[in-house]
Design a protein around this ligand. Structure first.
Ligand SMILES: C[S@@+](CC[C@H](N)C(=O)[O-])C[C@H]1O[C@@H](n2cnc3c(N)ncnc32)[C@H](O)[C@@H]1O
Length: 270
């Protein structure tokens, strides 16, 4: 029974798990202070932080949550005692929300494709004009690079962060081949695209693959930077960074097979 409840808790999304770890750790720390078992405030904060880390570990949160739990309450305690005006916290929160509003849900933060990845992407694609979709176009780095390297293509980017969307639209305003759409890329229609480019995280790759299988035409490519589709062999891979770097490999897939003309052209490009 307990085991089953624990497994259910482990399968929660990252944010509710973090909240749960914090709340339970606070209850424990406060109970120990009340019982006189640990001194206030530093003993309490140490117990709270340690318990939150242990819970995050037990709940199978990603390793970087452990660090967040270790510093979260001590930092909150410290800033609550400092003389910084509350408006600054609100401003910082609004700014972060504008950039990272969707990250808690999607588990895909912003980081930018490197030059090698963009060059490899441009060279790997067939030379004929293509319709290319950048899933989560961020600040428009890939769209701008492709517009320069492959002027024959029609480029579409989708982004769910309001601030990044503004930046992307501003940076691509002079590029008529580029269209930037607001929204969730999983809610967009991918039919009619020849290439879908993804530089995301492991979290959405299974859903991306499923959608690509359902909507992309035969001969279309799904190219993923650094995060392979789980349990699917790529048609090709290309190194784009040194070992240990975030970006190491591009993975090319044809979710619905090679098609005819597109397949032949792609083979030629390889
Ligand atoms: C790792 S960045 C890649 C940015 C850009 N494509 C590049 O390669 O330089 C991923 C981007 O996807 C956006 N994103 C994540 N999930 C999304 C979703 N479901 N719909 C739209 N955008 C999303 C994030 O806001 C972020 O800007």
């Amino acid at each position: 029974m307990f085991r089953r409840i624990w497994q259910r808790l482990c399968s929660l999304r990252a944010a509710p798990k973090a909240l749960l770890a914090q709340c339970v750790a606070w209850l424990l720390a406060l109970a120990l202070v009340r019982a006189g078992a640990v001194p206030f405030p530093f003993g309490m904060l140490a117990v709270q932080a340690g318990a939150a880390v242990a819970l995050a570990w037990g709940l199978q949160s990603a390793w970087w949550w452990w660090g967040i739990h270790a510093v979260f309450s001590p930092l909150a305690w410290w800033v609550s005692r400092s003389a910084v005006a509350p408006g600054w916290y609100l401003a910082a929160f609004v700014l972060l929300a504008l950039f990272y509003r969707g990250t808690v849900r999607t588990q895909v933060p912003l980081y930018l494709s490197n030059r090698a990845a963009m060059q490899a992407l441009a060279e790997r694609l067939p030379a004929r004009p293509l319709r290319v979709l950048d899933l989560g176009c961020g600040t428009g780095t890939v769209l701008r690079a492709l517009a320069r390297l492959r002027p024959q293509d029609a480029l579409v980017g989708v982004e769910n962060s309001p601030a990044l969307l503004w930046i992307c639209r501003w940076r691509t305003r002079a590029l008529p081949a580029v269209q930037v759409c607001a929204g969730d890329f999983l809610a967009q229609d991918w039919r009619g695209f020849d290439v879908v480019y993804a530089f995301l995280s492991p979290a959405p790759m299974a859903a991306v693959w499923e959608k690509a299988r359902q909507e992309l035409p035969a001969g279309a490519w799904l190219v993923s930077n650094s995060f392979p589709v789980p349990e699917v062999a790529a048609q090709w891979t290309q190194a784009v960074g040194r070992e240990g770097a975030l970006q190491q490999v591009l993975y090319g897939y044809q979710p619905n097979g090679a098609g005819e003309a597109a397949g032949a052209a792609a083979q030629k490009a390889e």
